[in-house]
Design a protein around this ligand. Structure first.
Ligand code: SAH
Ligand code: SF4
Ligand code: F3S
Length: 459
């Protein structure tokens, strides 16, 4: 009987991708995914270190797991192996083992291809396994292919690590320096996904538009070229990429937004702040105006492009005037969505040592103000789609019976009353209602030949 594997994923999409690959690595060892930690033979927490709250969650979760582990063992039901993976593991490996000695394995984002050895080692009597190296071999070259049906929309990691060293951020320390996979390996993985049923691929990297690697013609490519290349894959309908740094938004990539229809008109381009003083203190290496010019050029290339961003409020030294500059930038850009965070001082980062750390009450107030404005913009964006007709890629059943749910080209959730046979397919839909977080559509039948909706589906 298969051993039960439960993976809980925190943090960014790269962790989501990594968790799926961990399951692929463990499959030949007899582990099959399960949806509860209760009674599982192995539980992996794939953790995130980005803000204090995210990191602290790990220890409370470990407390709960310890009780499940004890219960399983005292019921004579065998052993539960507990593993901590991801960015907290990378940053606090030793400390985790000291605070939670019942943890069996701790490993970082760069070593999970070695899971089979770690599992063998952990099952032998003795201490816990700790592997938080940055190995010279690239894990991507050592991962097995994913077997079985693929998701309609899938992630594909093409780049990892970050050399930008924003002063608030732990990622350069937890993920290491930038590494790009070769175009041929990326293309092979993309083709495999498409063969397994995937129609949309989101290319992932901590700083994805810094991707540069050997092209299939032996030349050095950057992301714009890679996107054009992947767009040639038959059966792949949509391409997205995330997360980008404004400084790495080069001409070729901006042009690709105009030239490649499969590249979706929605871009997550974090700016963090609209104040030049704060941007400099954050080491973002661009001004607010530089960012606005990039947005202008992107919109010139692709007029229907919608943008989202990340923002940090209460960075050390941020004044009311700095915060007002952020609100001005937001008003100028007009975002379709955004993530905003209160600054969280992270050990080992330069910003944590800066003076003038903002008071919690100031951070709370600014976050509320920012989210109010961003919420209004998001709602306004959704309303621009009322009555519009566009292709929706359907991914799963809706929450109510008889509904299916998919995404618009701009990442909006779209719910339609239609048969489940639409899942995994794309159909032209008309938007007939706009709710806070989703659009309500109907499959559009505009054809005078009384074609059935099913026939209009572009399978
Ligand atoms: N690589 C991506 C995202 C990194 S983390 C990028 O460069 O955009 C995702 C977001 O978390 C960041 O964009 C930033 O807004 C936020 N973040 C990172 N460190 C933070 C910190 N110390 N406090 C608060 N928010 C932070
Ligand atoms: Fe962190 Fe900055 Fe790198 Fe993004 S670009 S991962 S915010 S250091
Ligand atoms: Fe978190 Fe690591 Fe991603 S810190 S945001 S899981 S890169």
């Amino acid at each position: 009987m298969a051993k039960k594997l439960f993976i809980k994923t925190y943090g960014c999409q790269m962790n989501v991708y990594d968790s799926a690959r961990m399951a692929d690595v463990l499959q030949p060892l007899g582990y099959a995914p399960t949806d509860s930690p209760d009674g599982a033979d192995m539980v992996i927490l794939n953790t995130c270190h980005i803000r204090e709250k995210a990191s602290e969650k790990v220890y409370s979760e470990l407390g709960r797991l310890r009780r499940l582990k004890d219960a399983k063992e005292s019921a004579g039901d065998g052993r539960m192996t507990i593993a901590v993976a991801g960015c907290v593991a990378q940053a606090e490996g030793e400390e985790i083992l000291a605070r939670a000695p019942y943890v069996d394995m701790v490993f970082g984002p760069q070593t999970y291809h070695r899971l089979p050895e770690m599992v063998a080692q952990a099952s032998r009597a003795g201490g816990a396994v700790l592997d938080v190296e940055f190995p010279v071999e690239a894990k991507f070259d050592h991962l097995p292919d994913h077997e079985g049906p693929g998701a309609t929309s899938a992630f594909l990691s093409i780049q990892e690590g970050c050399d930008r060293f924003c002063t608030f951020c732990v990622v350069p320390y937890t993920r290491g320096s930038e590494y790009s996979r070769d175009a041929a390996a990326i293309e092979a993985e993309a083709r495999k996904l498409v063969t397994s049923g995937t129609r949309e691929i989101t290319l992932l990297g901590q700083n994805v538009n810094a991707w540069h690697g050997a092209g299939t013609n032996g030349k050095d490519w950057r992301l714009g070229r890679l996107v054009r290349h992947l767009a040639e894959i038959d059966g792949l309908d949509r391409i997205r990429y995330t997360t980008s740094h404004p400084r790495d938004m080069d001409d070729e990539l901006i042009e690709a937004h105009g030239a490649v229809d499969k590249l979706m008109p929605y871009l997550h381009l974090p700016v963090q702040s609209g104040s030049d003083r704060i941007l400099a203190a954050m080491n973002r290496q661009h001004t607010a105006d530089d960012y606005l010019r990039i947005v202008e050029r992107l919109r010139a290339a692709r007029p229907d492009l919608a943008l989202s961003s990340d923002f940090i409020v209460g960075f050390p030294g941020e004044t009311d005037a700095d915060f007002a500059a952020t609100l001005r930038l937001i008003s100028e850009v007009g975002y379709a969505g955004a993530y905003s965070f209160k600054y969280s001082a992270r050990p080992g980062t330069p910003a944590a040592e800066m003076e003038n750390q903002a008071a919690e009450s100031v951070r709370d107030e600014r976050l509320a103000g920012l989210q109010q404005l961003l919420g209004e913009q998001e709602a306004a964006f959704h309303h621009t789609k009322q009555g519009a007709v566009f292709p929706v890629l359907f991914e799963k059943p809706g929450r109510k019976p008889g509904q299916v749910a998919g995404r618009s080209p701009w990442m909006q959730a779209v719910v339609v009353e239609a048969p489940e046979s639409l899942i995994g397919r794309m159909a032209e839909c008309r938007i007939v209602g706009v709710a806070a977080h989703s659009l309500h559509g109907e499959v559009a039948v505009t054809n005078v030949d009384h074609e059935t909706p099913a026939k209009r589906v572009c399978a």
